[in-house]
Write a protein that binds this ligand. Structure first.
Ligand code: HEC
Length: 125
């Protein structure tokens, strides 16, 4: 009984220490991008990753990067417009970016719709 308790606390200590080390070793999380920054990185006319993804020429890393950016976008603030509506519109774009990462059927078509520049700008920019 005593031994089992002792072993148990050793395991607990190891798990805790491991946890602490894991936290210490992981890179600090970069601060989330603003909507403006997301627009520049994701939607640049020449170098934007959205364009590359929609045309089928993006790597898996770039697809993940768009998802990461769109999550920041959805959690960010629009310049104008209704906050709740923004959350829905921007989250829809993030959801389709996630489907692209997973290679879900119809994901590119869905992303084309949810990333519509004009539709979103007329309400939130
Ligand atoms: C989900 C909504 C949404 C979609 C989709 C969207 N935008 Fe935006 N965009 C915004 C908002 C909101 C702003 C205003 C950001 C601010 O000034 O804070 C903005 C701003 C911009 C800006 C100005 C950035 C600056 O430096 O001031 C550019 C350029 C831009 N968008 C390009 C695009 C292009 C190109 C597309 C389509 C491929 C697109 N956006 C799709 C919401 C969106």
């Amino acid at each position: 009984m005593r031994i089992r308790l002792f072993v148990g606390s050793l395991v607990a200590a190891a798990v805790c220490t491991g946890g602490v080390f894991a936290v210490n070793n992981s890179a600090p999380k970069a601060s989330p991008k603003t909507v403006k920054e997301v627009m520049k990185i994701a939607h640049d006319k020449e170098a934007g990753i959205l364009k590359k993804i929609l045309s089928g020429g993006a790597s898996d890393a770039e697809k993940k990067q768009l998802l990461d950016l769109y999550i920041d976008m959805a959690e960010g603030e629009p310049k104008k417009g209704d906050k709740a509506e923004w959350k829905i519109a921007a989250s829809a774009a993030a959801l389709s970016a996630g489907k692209v990462v997973l290679g879900r059927e119809g994901a590119i078509e869905e992303l084309t719709k949810t990333s519509d520049c004009k539709a979103c700008h007329s309400k939130f920019k």
